[in-house]
Write a protein that binds this ligand. Structure first.
Ligand code: UDP
Length: 333
């Protein structure tokens, strides 16, 4: 297949590039390097199966020749990034999604949207199944990301329903691993970097809020299965008693093992043998109190579930950040 990945120089996008190239596909990356880094894909530059184009995907997109799939990963995704880049975040979720869908339609290509658990906002249903409509503050600071992604989902479904485009929507829950930027601002990278430096671990609020953390290799496996599966991708026929699945509707991809932020802080301190104290800071506005994916649908549709426990994933991520701090080679998935 020939696959265009927008945001392919970002944390998740670049891991998807690696996986698709390893599987024998050709990949083109469009990325404006606003939060992505060329280093993430530098090992593919100059190879026959890879092409990088520095491109803002909110502008008109042109690709010569055929394309089999367009995968739209471009967006700031860390809260501190999208709070600093509110207009760009809204534009890439709206205009960027429209442009990426238009390109997919022009090429007759399959389209996959990287959506988010943030579409559920501060959820009042727990864990969150895909048919929960969410609890989002559209005018709060996080609204720029949440509403952009909700619009992106609506636009994707419209292209599917009105233009017959073959579309997929992955709702990605908190994911971590190598290639997160040390100053990315998300909780896993913050805590590891702080613990390794011996500085205080910055817990927001009382740390009683929960998240469910997925290691990057599990996430990428789920995305690839969703991208590659055909319309009827059940591994076995669905019995009469079970709901039939429409592969075009959103699918949660995440790890259902749920932890409080304090539990995560203590786990990172233990795994790094760090004596860093815990420092309590104000809770950001509209910070979701709980989050846990219901992955029943992904299991049924894709035969997928995460394999890497938090402790194992954290150990790999800690090694990544150690290597990064010592200027050494850093490959981990
Ligand atoms: N958080 C924290 N300390 C940090 C960074 C984040 O306590 O240094 C908290 C944050 O308030 C949230 C959770 O950790 O409750 C996850 O934050 P993150 O930015 O990783 O992602 P989110 O799930 O909020 O998008």
């Amino acid at each position: 297949m020939k696959v265009l990945i927008t945001g392919g120089a970002g944390f998740l996008g670049s891991h998807l590039v690696d996986r698709l190239i390893a599987d024998g596909h050709n990949v083109i990356v469009f990325d404006n390097l606003l939060t992505g880094r060329i280093d993430n894909v530098a090992h593919h530059l100059g190879t026959e199966t890879f092409k990088f184009v520095k491109q803002d995907v909110t502008e008109y997109l042109f690709v010569a020749g055929p394309l089999d799939a367009v995968v739209h990963f471009a967006s700031p995704a860390s809260p501190i990034d999208y709070l600093q880049l509110p207009i760009q975040t809204l534009k890439v979720g709206s205009l960027g999604t429209h442009k990426a869908l238009g390109l997919a339609r022009e090429k007759g290509a399959r389209f996959l949207l990287a959506s988010t658990s943030e579409t559920y906002g501060d959820p009042q249903v727990h864990p969150q199944p895909e048919d929960y409509w969410g609890h989002v503050n559209p005018v709060g600071p996080r609204g720029v990301y949440d509403e952009a992604k909700r619009f992106a989902e609506a636009m994707t479904m419209a292209y599917h329903r009105y233009h017959g485009l073959d579309t997929r929507i992955a709702r990605i829950f908190n994911t971590f691993g190598g290639r997160m930027r040390p100053n990315d601002g998300r909780v896993v990278s913050n805590f590891i970097v702080q613990a390794l430096a011996g500085s205080p671990l910055t817990v927001y609020g009382e740390g009683a809020q929960t998240r469910s953390f997925c290691y990057v290799s599990d996430l990428i496996e789920g995305i690839v299965r969703l991208l590659m599966c055909d319309d009827l991708c059940h591994s076995k026929p669905v019995p009469e008693t079970e709901p039939s699945d429409d592969v075009h509707l959103p699918v949660n991809i995440g790890n259902p093992s749920e932890f409080t932020v304090i539990e995560l802080a203590n786990m990172v301190r233990a795994l790094t043998n760090s004596k860093s104290p815990i420092e309590f800071n104000p809770l950001p506005v509209d910070d979701p109190r709980v989050r846990q994916p219901d992955i029943t649908r992904a299991k049924r549709l894709l035969g997928w579930q995460p394999r890497v426990p938090l402790e194992e994933g954290l150990t790999k991520a800690i090694q990544y950040f150690r290597d990064l701090a010592s200027g050494g080679g850093t490959e981990c998935i």
